[in-house]
Design a protein around this ligand. Sequence first.
Ligand code: FAD
Ligand code: SF4
Ligand code: SF4
Length: 461
Amino acid sequence: MNVTDLTVKNDYCIGCGVCAGVCPSNNLYIDWSPRGELIPHTNNLCNDKCSICLDICPFNNHKINQDAITNSLFSKTRNIKYNEYTGYYLNCYVGFRKDTVKRLKSASGGLATSFLASLIKENIVDRIIAVGISEDNNRMFNFKILNNSNEVYSCAGSAYYPVEISRILKEIIKEKEEFEYAVIALPCVAYALRLAIDKIPKLKKKIKIIASLTCGQLQNRFCTELLSLESGIKVNELAKMNFRQKSENNSAINYMQVATDKNGNEGIPQANQELPSHLWHYQYFKQNACNFCDDIFGEVADVTFMDAWLPEYIDNYRGTSLIISRTPLALKLLENSHEYNLKEISVNSVIESQMGLIQKKRTLLKGKLYKSESSNSFYPEKRVKPDFNVYNENREFIDLTTEIQDLSKELWPKYRLDKSTAEFWNELKPLESKIAKYERKIRIKNLMTKPKKFFKKISGS
Ligand SMILES: Cc1cc2nc3c(=O)[nH]c(=O)nc-3n(C[C@H](O)[C@H](O)[C@H](O)COP(=O)(O)OP(=O)(O)OC[C@H]3O[C@@H](n4cnc5c(N)ncnc54)[C@H](O)[C@@H]3O)c2cc1C
Ligand code: SF4
Ligand code: SF4
């Protein structure tokens, strides 16, 4: 048995590629599924005694969960504090990179790339593993090995696109040189990497620092294709996508998505909040694994970066970041750098910036787990438990958003080569209207008042 018989078969795979990267028989490879998602495929039958892919898969069940990992990594650090949502933390910061040109090229305040570049400049690691434009025609973005700070800066920005790390892991496991690495990864991938580091001494020796990004959800490849067609570039002409172009006419949260065709012509920029549908809110093309994710803040990472989605920063189109630092080294690098404009911020403000995610990943998750448990098939155990009452209270929302996720993935292949997105929307809009109607009905009860009350409860205010 391998991950294809469990995680993939039950649709809990996020396509991280860690399983294929560590498979000792080279038996797994990552490629697209018909649903626009990266998943492992098998070359041959596995050796019966081998279970390493299952041991490191972030959506399998493990005794060593995120809590066990973070206890062993961070709990004994001097002055460390703990919060049930952020996990361990030494300090939290808000700020941005002083160099405005580099800040404008980044997703938010440009602190993630600055921090990674400083790891090379200060000789803390030799190389960085981050996500940038892929050289492979079949993938728009992917993990890459970066050798210097200029290469790190060239990977600024957020790739809302499936990426996988198998080739890189294979390369560093095989390489003879003693290079040391820092990796930036989404919380689920950071967790898989920690599990892999625990199993494979070579990875433990080489991966010295893991940085993470706060993460709400990951859409499949079709979402990028839809954004392209929406901007007037046909899917088979799409070459590049900038998911987070800043515009001085918009707030930071209303960033532009800009597609470029194979001749270098840009499509019509699409403002995030002015698309024909709020794709993220209605959860179009969302990967099912993300419905079963309880890690908001990349708890196993040494340092986590995110958007400052707080009223006092949203209006600044240049972008502002929040940081959670969990190790003395990260703290020292952040506090000593003259490249950032940084100030301390309370952990409660960091939590407040992600209230919607906390509601999804900690409360609604209980209902989703209940639904999976009732179906009697495999589901990944989480740090919150299945709860009938949560499911019952949110049943319509959970069922309708699951339907939109599935239907959008099923229907897009039929419309992707169209000249416009009109027919696709015609099929999906009735379902979206049902969710909107439901939300209107319960807005005050469920989606607005509860997070606020809930925040008052956790912050004690
Ligand atoms: C799928 C996804 C969902 C996210 N959801 C949220 C959210 O809900 N709330 C929130 O506050 N922030 C979220 N973020 C993080 C946010 O988009 C910014 O990445 C973060 O604020 C850091 O901005 P920056 O300007 O400091 O980073 P930059 O200086 O722009 O550097 C970004 C770094 O992230 C790396 N990177 C880009 N895409 C990926 C990827 N897919 N996987 C791994 N590394 C990547 C780049 O290589 C680069 O090193 C998400 C990011 C992604 C990729
Ligand atoms: S989630 Fe990652 S480790 Fe698990 S099966 Fe998918 S690609 Fe492999
Ligand atoms: S929501 Fe969770 S599972 Fe989905 S990509 Fe983000 S960290 Fe991974």
